[in-house]
Design a protein around this ligand. Structure first.
Ligand SMILES: Cc1cc2nc3c(=O)[nH]c(=O)nc-3n(C[C@H](O)[C@H](O)[C@H](O)COP(=O)(O)OP(=O)(O)OC[C@H]3O[C@@H](n4cnc5c(N)ncnc54)[C@H](O)[C@@H]3O)c2cc1C
Length: 484
């Protein structure tokens, strides 16, 4: 495969005139290619980067070839799974993107309850194939999120309280390491690498495929959102705190603070009304779920109750159209402890004061199986926290909410300051202090990650990410999120 690449004034002085990557069979896209702007776009439209070359791989051999080429030519490397990370780490300026978008195959063994998933797959791909057999594993709550980035950071979702984080269901991964070697990592093969892959992000290599354990689920589950007017946020959150304290592990909930989106299932008179929405999904028998959810559904007569038996696959994509590709996003995030009255006051006092009707905050209830894995059992940090909250400023092209809602997210985050208990690495935005990566893991896990990094990527080849810096003097300067 060859593609001509001409240097563009002001963008790069190092571009060769013609690029051929030996042994590469996928598509190479340079800046003069008709598909360049589409190929370099990521989910967050606020991220605008111009790589020198995008190597769209169709197999592991392509990944190895692209990686070797980038290293031989001393090119910056970014790795793209689903392209969903809010910090836009899947794409870099003036370097080479190892893009796995064409590697989306999923194979399921229903007898042994296992799924093999390629490194560019999205969660919609996985749910589609596994649900055909009435099986599932913990994935994200938006179907167009990439499997790779989400898994490597930990993976929170509706099923985590029952079945653990996504990484708790990971059995093995095939990884192309910094020196172009293909390794299989599992409990018995390169266990140090396997430990680090389960939370340490894209720091250790390019994962070409994952092997997950699956659990019986659905295909019909009891799930759906409940809505209350924003003016009731304090009372609803107090009730919710007490309700989830003893909730069954089967019950996953996410609280969304914002306006009611104009979805077809929501009556038009509620569209854009400020609401507290509690999304629910019961990973068990419908009748048990009905019993478990009855108290919450009886709380203060909700404006709207959409809880009911529903196909899990459909539920997994219910929020897709509220977080559209190409809109602009700015996130702040933190883990939180159990909701005290004081914390509830802070949340209720800030959650509804964004300028954009599309901005929102989302709070995932953790605990259950997440907290039963020992701290440090995998590289996912802060397992004892009760909640993970993201404060998400959203604006569409042409809208001028950027400054106001970025300030809103920052102000909300500052107000949560004294309650902060770490952070989920995958929710970190693009302008964070590098110290927040350490915060995502805690000192012990972070230091162990540094050791593994030194073993598998001592030159910090994979640094266009939430970077774990090796303790090596010759490591490439870290481009942690502050300079992305
Ligand atoms: C709308 C939305 C909803 C979300 N919901 C959830 C949720 O419910 N639960 C949750 O846990 N997270 C959620 N997230 C966060 C999500 O986990 C991260 O954004 C994650 O990075 C997305 O993975 P990706 O493959 O799409 O990322 P990309 O942007 O493609 O990649 C991000 C980074 O991951 C690494 N990476 C990607 N692919 C590979 C690979 N094959 N091998 C090695 N490294 C790789 C690279 O370092 C890359 O820079 C959500 C994000 C968004 C934007």
């Amino acid at each position: 495969m060859a593609t001509p690449m001409t240097a563009e004034p002001g963008r790069s002085s190092r571009q060769p005139d013609l690029v051929e990557i030996k042994g590469f069979r996928g598509r190479l896209i340079g800046c003069d290619h008709a598909g360049y702007d589409i190929a370099r776009a990521v989910w967050n439209g606020a991220v605008e980067r111009h790589p020198r070359l995008i190597a769209q791989c169709i197999g592991t051999a392509d990944v190895v070839a692209a990686l070797r080429f980038a290293r031989d030519h001393d090119l910056e490397i970014a790795v793209r799974g689903g392209g969903h990370n809010v910090a836009g780490t899947a794409v870099c300026d003036d370097g080479l993107v190892i893009d796995l978008w064409a590697m989306r195959a999923v194979r399921v063994d229903p007898v042994h309850r296992r799924a093999w998933v390629q490194g560019g797959a999205l969660w919609g791909d996985v749910d589609h194939e596994t649900q055909m057999h009435g099986l599932a594993t913990t994935g994200g709550i938006v179907s167009h999120t990439g499997v790779a980035g989400l898994t490597l950071g930990g993976g929170v979702g509706w099923l985590m309280r029952k079945h653990g984080l996504t990484v708790d269901n990971l059995l093995a991964a095939n990884v192309v390491t910094a020196d172009g070697e293909l390794l299989r990592a599992s409990e018995s093969e390169h266990p140090d690498l396997f430990w680090a892959l389960r939370g340490g992000g894209g720091n250790f290599g390019v994962v070409t495929s994952f092997e997950f354990g699956l659990h019986p689920l659905g295909p019909i589950v009891l799930a759906g959102p409940l809505f209350w007017d924003a003016s009731e946020a304090r009372q609803v959150l107090r009730f919710y705190r007490d309700f989830i304290r003893n909730a069954a592990d089967e019950l996953g909930t996410v609280v969304r603070f914002g306006t009611a989106p104009p979805l077809p299932v929501i009556p038009p008179e509620l569209h854009w009304r400020p609401v507290v929405m509690i999304g629910t999904c019961y990973a068990g028998r419908i009748e048990d779920g009905e019993r478990a959810l009855a108290p919450l559904r009886g709380c203060r007569a909700p404006l709207l109750d959409l809880v009911g038996p529903t196909p899990y696959v459909g539920f997994q994509s219910a929020l897709d159209s509220t977080v559209v590709h190409g809109w602009s996003y700015y996130w702040k995030s933190t883990h939180l402890p159990e909701l005290s009255d004081e914390l509830i006051d802070v949340i209720a006092g800030h959650a509804f004061s964004s300028a954009s009707p599309r901005s929102y905050a989302a709070m995932f209830h953790l605990k259950g199986a997440v907290s039963r894995v020992a701290e440090g059992g995998t590289a996912f940090g802060n397992r004892q926290a009760s909640h993970a909250i993201t404060l998400d400023a959203v604006w569409r092209p042409g809208e001028d909410f950027a400054a106001r809602d970025t300030a809103w997210a920052k102000g909300f985050f500052a107000a949560l300051g004294r309650f902060r208990e770490g952070v989920y690495v995958n929710f970190l935005g693009g302008d964070e202090d590098p110290g927040r990566v350490r915060e995502a893991y805690g000192d012990r896990v972070y230091d162990r990650l540094v050791d593994v990094k030194a073993r598998y990527d001592p030159d910090n080849v994979f640094h266009h990410n939430q970077n774990i810096r090796p303790r090596s003097s010759h490591a490439t300067t870290s481009r942690t999120t502050d300079s992305l």
